[in-house]
Design a protein around this ligand. Structure first.
Ligand SMILES: [Fe+2]
Ligand SMILES: [Fe+2]
Length: 279
């Protein structure tokens, strides 16, 4: 998923320091929409301080200073060994080149199609790339991380990331939800709004779920459920602790049949433009 309406003036944004979600595993927070949209959208990334430290996704370019400060407060730039990119959307790759420049020992973990789709915007030598597809392992010294494509995705390059040591699954664009206020944990959200938000985002991100053979879609959810994750994190969701995972999974299973609100249309843009006109 990519952020929208970035040309609107951006009011001051609440600041969340990184959240420890498991042993040596941290969500680095950002969000979009605060103060100028009816809802906010999380824009998170993650750091795993494994023997060979891993940065998971790289956030939005407009948040670069805060992003790099948060990441480097968790791990020294020269210690970063791997930068895992879940897919090639700008909200996941916005600081990739800057991070790779600042982290001389890092290798970016992408795949062939991702570097094709990023083209010249990827300023990382093939000598510093590794191509890892769905279902493959990444050896980070003291553990092997498993790539698992999440059920909801908006780029064909997408792979999630499961750490068998901590049980944390990085879901990329899956299990996404808007927020009415900044939150670290989905437990802080209104339960009904969270449920509705997940179904809405699931259909927005992957509209094909309403078209596909439901048995095949459910099999993709089965695959993530079978990981038995202890916690889930993702770009567009507060962390989902173990006691909320079953609900996130069940809501995703029901999302193809859910009735969701239509996306903002030209009428909404008309209102935005009116509000932006000088008075
Ligand atoms: Fe995306
Ligand atoms: Fe996204």
């Amino acid at each position: 998923m990519t952020a929208t309406l970035t040309n609107c003036p951006t009011p001051a944004k609440s600041r969340l320091t990184p959240t420890r979600i498991a042993n040596e595993t941290f969500v680095v927070h950002d969000h979009h929409g605060e103060g100028h949209a009816p809802v906010m959208v999380p824009l998170n990334t993650m750091v795993i301080r494994s023997a060979e430290p891993v940065v998971v996704d790289t956030g939005m370019a407009e948040n670069r200073d805060q992003y790099l400060a948060d990441v480097f407060a968790l791990v020294e730039p020269e210690d970063i060994r791997w930068v895992f990119i879940s897919h090639d959307d700008v909200d996941h790759t916005g600081n990739l080149n800057a991070l790779m420049e600042a982290a001389p020992n890092a290798v970016v973990v992408i795949n062939w199609f991702m570097q094709e789709r990023m083209g010249a915007s990827l300023a990382v030598s093939p000598l510093r790339q590794r191509w890892v597809g769905d279902g493959e392992l990444i050896d980070v010294g003291d553990r092997k991380l498993l790539t698992v494509r999440p059920p909801i995705f908006d780029s064909p390059t997408t792979r999630g990331l499961f750490d068998p040591t901590t049980g944390v699954y990085w879901a990329s664009d899956s299990f996404a939800t808007p927020m009415l206020h900044v939150a670290r944990d989905v437990a802080e959200l209104d339960h009904d709004l969270w449920t509705e938000g997940m179904s809405t985002f699931n259909q927005y991100v992957s509209p094909w779920i309403t078209l596909t053979d439901d048995r095949k879609f459910q099999a993709t959810v089965d695959r993530v459920e079978a990981l038995g994750a202890c916690a889930m994190a993702g770009c567009h969701t507060p962390m989902i602790a173990r006691n909320h995972i079953d609900h996130a999974i069940a809501t995703t299973r029901r999302s193809p049949a859910a009735t969701v609100a239509p996306q903002p249309d030209q009428g909404v843009l008309d209102e935005i433009q009116l509000a932006l006109l000088p008075r």
